[in-house]
Design a protein around this ligand. Structure first.
Ligand SMILES: [Zn+2]
Length: 461
């Protein structure tokens, strides 16, 4: 054996398993109460909580958007990921307008392959529904890109019409893919942005006024309706859901037999709109915006009850200078690049604010951070499960370690965090990716380019 984990308490969606774990060639090969195997490396995990390596289904590394490119490339971004116990990211390919999806896939592979430390899969953002685009979808699915993201906002950049969404959803579904949707009513948002700017209301907090909850709920209803017209074979989820009502829309369809789901992110669970009123509020601008504490409560409730299917980070990092567009003063809210860091803090935020406070069970945390994500993105059972034959990917959490979050303890290519000063108990102290220790004692030791592309296949939801 290459690696033997002694006295591991591994949490699974069905409950914890106390065992020894043997690993050979990157895979879990034996699990038993007391293994007698010889191994080149033995790690005693007494007192630690072991989770299947997280599958962060929502990252934007080297993402060209709003006239700039995100500060975390695939090296810095996956360095942050593995430090947080994330062993697989699923990143969004963003093809330039008018370009071939297949070419964009090749570009993302050549950007990522030499740099990644975590393993990774890919989603495809589709920004037009031309015959050429539609024709490429089956080929992409054959390359392992089985999930596609469609936007109902960012008019002129990424937004699609309802007709285009219908056409793409049909094509993706016919070929066995999954449709992810950014659900906000982009037309009305643009009207509101214009109104606020004309009144001189340009501070970051007005970002949230121009993107009210109703516009997420309306868009969710609309896209679920479009999907339902195409039948129960459609697999669809709403990315970064920020309202309980959007979850309720998808749940109501699910009760009728549709495979409709929601993803949320940690920042909607723990931050509220006041973040945008801070002196550094520009750093917090993302879409959808943070909501009220009442909405946070609704999201925690729906996460705890299993109605929210996955938690991804929406890791989309811009430096403070990028957020300011390299000016001395903060630009109007609509010019601030949208996005916040998050892949490294999924586990501590969910564990401290969710599990420790009794809002979610550890089993639910495992389901939403690895098991469900791997199934939805077609990476299961290689990823997202603790089983014989699966990749030996683990996050090892010290449940009693208290850490004050500051930029110094994190690994992104920026000098701030949206959780600065927040103290959490429960911290990732070791990450194992395919049987190799890639993070321990605060240091990322996995080498650049050692991560692998994991092609998606049939989504099992
Ligand atoms: Zn995103």
């Amino acid at each position: 054996m290459d690696l033997l984990l002694r006295n591991a308490k591994v949490f699974t969606p069905a409950g914890p398993v106390e065992c020894d774990v043997a690993v050979k060639d990157g895979k879990v090969t034996k699990v038993a109460g007391d293994l007698q195997e010889q191994a080149s490396k033995v790690i005693d995990l007494t007192g630690k909580y072991v989770f299947p390596g997280l599958v962060d289904g929502h990252t934007h590394m080297e993402f060209p958007f709003m006239g700039t490119v995100t500060a975390d490339d695939f090296f810095h971004g996956t360095r942050a990921a593995v430090a947080g116990g994330v062993t697989t990211i699923v990143d969004f390919i963003t093809p330039p307008k008018g370009s071939s999806l297949l070419e964009a896939y090749k570009t993302w592979r050549s950007n990522a392959d030499p740099k990644v430390i975590s393993d990774y899969g890919l989603h495809m953002i589709v920004r037009e529904a031309t015959p050429a685009t539609l024709e490429e979808i089956p080929t992409l699915i054959g390359q392992g890109v089985v999930s596609f993201k469609l936007f109902m906002a960012y008019k002129g950049e990424l937004m699609l019409t309802d007709g285009e969404i219908y056409r793409l959803t049909k094509k993706i579904s016919e070929n066995g893919g999954v449709v992810g949707v950014h659900a906000e009513n982009g037309e009305v948002i643009d009207e509101l942005v214009g109104e606020y700017l004309r009144q001189g209301k340009v501070e970051p907090v007005y970002h949230s006024y121009t993107r009210p909850e109703e516009l997420e709920v309306e868009a969710t209803n609309r896209v679920a309706t479009i999907g339902s017209v195409l039948g129960k074979g459609v697999k669809m989820y709403i990315v970064h859901t920020s309202t309980g009502e959007s979850v309720d829309v998808m749940s109501s369809y699910r009760r009728k037999g549709y495979k409709f789901f929601n993803e949320t992110t940690p920042h909607y669970l723990v931050l509220n709109v006041d973040a945008l009123r801070r002196p550094d509020g520009h750093r917090f601008v993302c879409s959808p915006p943070y909501r009220s504490d009442e909405q946070r409560t609704k999201l925690w409730h729906r996460l705890g009850s299993g109605e929210i299917f996955t938690v991804g980070s929406d890791h989309c990092v811009y430096s403070d200078q990028q957020k300011r567009r390299f000016k001395d003063t903060v630009p109007p809210f609509n010019e601030i690049p949208n996005g916040v860091p998050g892949t490294e803090t999924i586990l501590p935020i969910l564990f401290h604010f969710g599990v420790r406070k009794g809002l979610i069970s550890p089993e639910t945390m495992v389901a939403v951070t690895s098991y469900n994500s791997a199934r939805l993105y077609g990476l299961f059972p290689r990823k997202g499960t603790f089983s014989i034959g699966s990749d030996a990917d683990f996050a090892v959490l010290d449940p009693n370690l208290t850490v004050k979050i500051t930029p110094d303890v994190l690994h992104s290519n920026i000098d701030y965090t949206i959780y600065d000063g927040v103290t959490v108990t429960g911290w990732n102290v070791m990450t194992i990716r395919r049987g190799e220790v890639v993070f321990q004692e605060g240091q990322v030791i996995g080498s650049k380019g050692s991560g692998s592309y994991v092609p998606g296949s049939n989504p099992t939801v």
